[in-house]
Design a protein around this ligand. Structure first.
Ligand code: UD1
Length: 426
């Protein structure tokens, strides 16, 4: 199995191109199921999750064609077409591999009047239920049955009537599933307390480009008026704000200056505000965001929250950076209950962190030391890469498949700005 080897201590200077957003891509891809016409998605990141999702769509009857890519190019274009659905069942093997497979539930139900999806199992970052996905679809008129580890949703008379639903907890995935089901419903759907993440806005914009009727885009109150059919279109995936934020933390931890080319400042205010509070200089350039770190890091107090709050997907990376801040930082994780699995590994590299329930206190230390480490999820793995960039000596990050799920060309992007990092096969 591959591992990433890093020799720490290099300042980072230069430019990093930001890829298309993974979480957006995973919500845009299932929209191919909503029409029999062609959907072309540009700037799709080259990631294992995107490949897995397109295999899932192939199994459901969608063809996928990827344009030729030149060596070194970031992203790719994919044309998808689901002339007919070959199946309305998303099997256990796919859903187990990738939780986001649940996002085919809403579009299959809307298109075919029924959908069967394996229940996702527990997940490394906590117990992640799908009850809100199901409640929202029920409110729109779906009948839901659970049997043998599968959930089956059916639209009476083949088409959902539409209806109103107020989310008791903000959920990105449940908002996405509800949106994709509502666009082809007979009537009107209103979603209250909907997620407002930029990736939700990206999904709404694609659905509108396909002929959907959605008001309130960008707010927590979405009004969707069902249409008779959607058409194909070409659409570009938004830049990945979490990837951009992760590389900003890389500069924070090593010192130096990097331009994050393509990053969209208005999607990232909670992240850039936290970077500035830590003492980094953040400048919005015409091409993206320039981040410069030229003085000691200041400690932070951060609590994760749904957008526009500080993203849970950035918590681990900021924690790695705070390990080297001058003083005590306070972190609180309010979204997922088990998202500190990077802590024991960071400690093995010399970090001083106390965890109590959902809170963590990070006592800044003078330096970290390289070690052989492994993490159990994507962002936790990135926090170990960041720690490795600053650590004295060599760090070996195992279980690289986590990183391959969410960071396109990680080693290439970091070595291009001066990091001593390489992937080795074993
Ligand atoms: C998405 C992102 C993930 C990010 C998360 C929160 C994708 C592919 N993944 O995950 O990277 O960390 O948003 O920003 O876009 N919940 C329920 N019942 C449900 C659904 C969710 O209780 O039916 C709870 C979850 O346990 C969690 C909270 O709601 O505590 C938020 O989860 P949610 O926003 O749904 O996360 P995902 O869509 O799975």
């Amino acid at each position: 199995m591959d591992s990433i080897h890093i020799v720490g201590g290099q300042r980072l200077e230069g430019q990093i191109p930001i890829s298309g957003a993974k979480n957006s891509a995973l919500a845009l891809l299932p929209c191919a199921l909503l029409t029999n016409e062609k959907l072309t998605l540009a700037n799709l990141p080259r990631l294992a999750d995107v490949d897995n999702f397109s295999h899932l769509l192939n199994g459901l009857g969608a063809s996928t064609k990827v344009d030729g890519v030149k060596p070194g190019e970031i992203g790719r274009r994919m044309t998808l077409q689901a002339k007919d659905l070959a199946s309305t069942v998303a099997p256990y093997d796919m859903v187990r591999k990738m939780r986001a497979s649940i996002l085919v539930l809403g579009p299959m139900l809307a298109r075919a009047g029924e959908a069967t999806v394996s229940l996702p199992g527990g997940c490394a970052i906590g117990d992640r239920p799908i009850d809100l996905h199901l409640r929202a679809l029920e409110a729109m008129g779906a009948e839901i049955e659970l049997a043998a580890g599968y959930v089956k949703a059916t639209a009476p008379k083949g088409r959902l009537p539409g209806g109103d639903y107020s989310f008791p907890v903000v959920s990105v995935g449940a908002t996405e599933n509800a949106l994709m089901a509502a666009v082809l419903a007979k009537g009107k759907t209103q979603l209250f307390n909907a997620a407002r993440e930029p990736e939700i806005v990206d999904l709404c914009n694609l659905l509108v480009a396909m002929g959907g009727r959605i008001d309130g885009i960008g707010s927590s109150h979405l009004i969707i008026r069902g249409v008779e059919g959607l058409h194909g279109c070409e659409y570009e995936v938004m830049p990945d704000r979490i990837e951009a934020g992760s590389y900003a933390c890389a500069v924070g931890i090593t010192g130096g200056s990097i331009e994050l080319v393509g990053a969209r400042p208005h999607d990232m205010l909670a992240i850039t505000n936290a970077l500035a509070a830590a003492g980094l200089i953040v400048e919005f350039s015409g091409k993206g965001i320039r981040v410069t770190a030229d003085k000691p890091l200041r400690p932070l107090a951060i609590s994760t929250a749904p957008y526009p709050g500080f993203p849970t997907d950035m918590q681990a990376q900021f924690m790695a950076m705070m390990c080297l801040a001058q003083g005590e930082s306070f972190l609180e994780e309010t979204i997922f209950e088990n998202r500190y699995m990077h802590v024991p590994e960071l400690r093995r590299m010399g970090a001083s962190i106390d965890v109590r329930g959902r809170s963590a206190i990070v006592h800044g230390v003078a330096g970290l030391t390289g070690a052989k480490v492994m993490a159990t999820d994507l962002r936790a793995s990135m926090s170990l890469v960041l720690a490795g960039l600053a650590a004295e000596g060599e760090t070996e990050v195992l279980r690289v498949y986590h990183l391959d799920r969410g960071y396109e060309r990680l080693e290439e992007k970091l070595s291009a700005v001066g990091a001593n990092i390489e992937r080795r096969g074993s």
